[in-house]
Design a protein. Structure first.
Length: 197
């Protein structure tokens, strides 16, 4: 039986699965090799360093998070009384609760070139998100941008608490806190009332 050819994509995917289940600190070359059923040599030949592998892993983590949020938004699109703005926050809470290691990697990785909260927003937000929020809430793009930036920062904080709390905080309590924050930020932006979702 011929040996399986190990590719860089296979290495990154194996590293992702290890980190997803056990955390980034458990993602070591030997574990990756064991998962792929090979020696460590192919891994070292594709990865110049663990830092390079971690950079590739973060690209995979971002793709996962984007897909998770998009799937959550799509599943909620048909819900009666759904609020796109609130649903985004709930998606991140769900991610923190169901995929705590992924959420921790996503939030806690080093970000180069970030010198302001606006720079963070521009680097981390999804294209067209402010426009979609503006349409959903029937507000102008400037207020939608402010709402989304404020909630993105808030969601990262509360999601980090949820992803690292042991034994854990009930999701209902987190959602209640998010709803209070949503309304406070909406009031600040001059949005009359967010819909009940």
């Amino acid at each position: 039986m011929p040996k399986q050819r190990i590719t860089k994509e296979m290495i990154v995917e194996a590293a992702f699965e290890i980190a997803r289940v056990n955390g980034l600190d458990r993602m070591v070359v030997k574990e990756i090799a064991d998962r792929l059923g090979c020696s460590v040599q192919p891994i070292y030949s594709y990865c110049d360093s663990m830092e390079g592998l971690k950079r590739d892993l973060m690209i995979r983590v971002r793709r996962f998070v984007q897909g998770f949020v998009q799937d959550y938004l799509a599943a909620d699109a048909d819900a009666p009384g759904g609020d796109f703005f609130k649903t985004i926050g709930h998606a991140y809470v769900q991610l923190a609760e169901t995929e705590p290691h992924i959420f921790q990697m996503y939030v806690l990785h080093e970000r180069e070139g970030i010198d302001s909260l606006e720079a963070l927003y521009q680097a981390e937000s999804y294209p067209d998100m402010a426009r979609k929020i503006a349409e959903s809430l029937q507000i102008d793009i400037t207020r939608a941008h402010m709402l989304h930036r404020n909630m993105m920062i808030y969601n990262v904080g509360i999601g980090t608490i949820l992803a690292t709390a042991d034994p854990g905080i009930p999701t209902a309590e987190i959602y209640e806190q998010l709803d209070l924050a949503y309304q406070a930020f909406a009031d600040q932006a001059g949005v009359s009332k967010l819909t009940d979702g």
